[in-house]
Write a protein that binds this ligand. Structure first.
Ligand SMILES: Cc1cc2nc3c(=O)[nH]c(=O)nc-3n(C[C@H](O)[C@H](O)[C@H](O)COP(=O)(O)OP(=O)(O)OC[C@H]3O[C@@H](n4cnc5c(N)ncnc54)[C@H](O)[C@@H]3O)c2cc1C
Length: 302
């Protein structure tokens, strides 16, 4: 891939554009090699200019907070774009309507909703990703998902066209939405209900305690590795894994959390191959022992 013009772009705009950039530290698993190009746009104008010059010459991957992705140890032959903090503003459109930048953390959005006495965002307090990642994954917990709060999202396609997509034009599935993966979400408008600060705060704390009781924290993980196979059984993925795979199985430094069987952990210096071997081992054993096919929730970046 010719990158001379991108080098010129970097110099001209003093951009946060890097070549052969280390991506290990940019994801929760702490696994991964390098990205041929890594770009952190300071604003929309710079992002648009970059997309024009890049001109779809190679792959594009949008990275949020990296809490749901698994990178290979090789070189990603394309550009990884991570929106800078300037894309994380929060504002109110109406008393119960919030516009959130995609780079904003879900936790910050829930705290902003609390400050403004808007309920409905408490579940986001427990999810360690960005608003952009939450939209792409239709993230959720304790019975509420992004789809339940979304009014519309604002995005840019890889040709630089800005679009506003209303929620009723999006098909939401379990941890998935049916939009082109190359759309870069810029911000989203959400609606909640006016409520009372104490009530909201109590619910946030309650959900956090529930989460801490059931899931490990302060570990290198991507959260739930597999989706719950709701169409095949009422059993959760963690139950199927617990029933099919020895607890202490490991491939090098890749192992399964003792606290939650669907959380796979990089104990220290796991490689992609080790984590991938663990994933395949678990998938095969669950199929052999229970007959159920479990599919990945985490995204392997190809
Ligand atoms: C400890 C732990 C607990 C978790 N608990 C939950 C939970 O309770 N519920 C739940 O649903 N998930 C959970 N997760 C998974 C994860 O946090 C969510 O999926 C989160 O919403 C991902 O956000 P992210 O910013 O980290 O996205 P990333 O992991 O960076 O990316 C995920 C996907 O979103 C896309 N994406 C990110 N930003 C944008 C953007 N601006 N525009 C377009 N696409 C974008 C990426 O391309 C990728 O396809 C957990 C993960 C961990 C590590």
């Amino acid at each position: 891939m010719d990158i001379k013009d991108l080098e010129n772009f970097k110099n001209k705009y003093n951009s946060d554009l890097f070549f052969n950039f280390d991506i290990k530290k940019l994801n929760w698993f702490n696994i991964g090699g390098k990205s041929k190009i890594f770009f952190k746009p300071k604003n929309l104008i710079e992002l648009k200019q970059f997309l024009k010059i890049y001109n779809n010459r190679g792959k594009i991957f949008i990275l949020g907070m990296g809490s749901n992705v698994l990178f290979k140890d090789t070189i990603y032959e394309g550009v990884i774009i991570k929106l800078s903090n300037n894309f994380s503003t929060l504002s109110k459109l109406k008393p119960n309507t919030i516009i959130a930048g995609s780079a904003c953390s879900q936790k910050k959005l829930s705290e902003y909703a609390l400050e403004n006495e808007i309920s409905g965002f408490e579940f986001m307090y427990c999810i360690p990703g960005s608003v952009g990642g939450g939209l792409q994954m239709n993230s959720g917990c304790f019975g509420t998902e992004f789809k339940d709060k979304l009014i519309s999202l604002q995005c840019i396609d890889t040709n630089g066209n800005i679009k506003i997509i209303p929620s009723n034009k999006i098909t939401f599935k379990y941890r998935k939405i049916d939009l082109n993966e190359n759309l870069i979400f810029l911000s989203a408008t959400f609606e909640g209900n006016l409520s009372n600060k104490n009530k909201i705060k109590n619910l946030m704390e309650e959900l956090k305690i529930k989460k801490n009781n059931s899931q490990p924290s302060k570990i290198k993980t991507g959260g739930s590795t597999f989706k719950n196979p709701i169409d095949q059984t009422t059993k959760k993925a963690w139950e199927l894994i617990k029933a099919s795979v020895p607890k202490n199985i490991n491939f090098g430094d890749a192992c399964i959390s003792k606290k939650h069987s669907n959380f796979f952990v990089n104990k220290n210096n796991a490689t992609f191959e080790e984590m991938y071997s663990l994933i395949n081992f678990v998938k095969k054993n669950v199929k052999d022992k229970t007959g159920v096919n479990i599919n990945l929730e985490i995204k392997i970046v190809e």
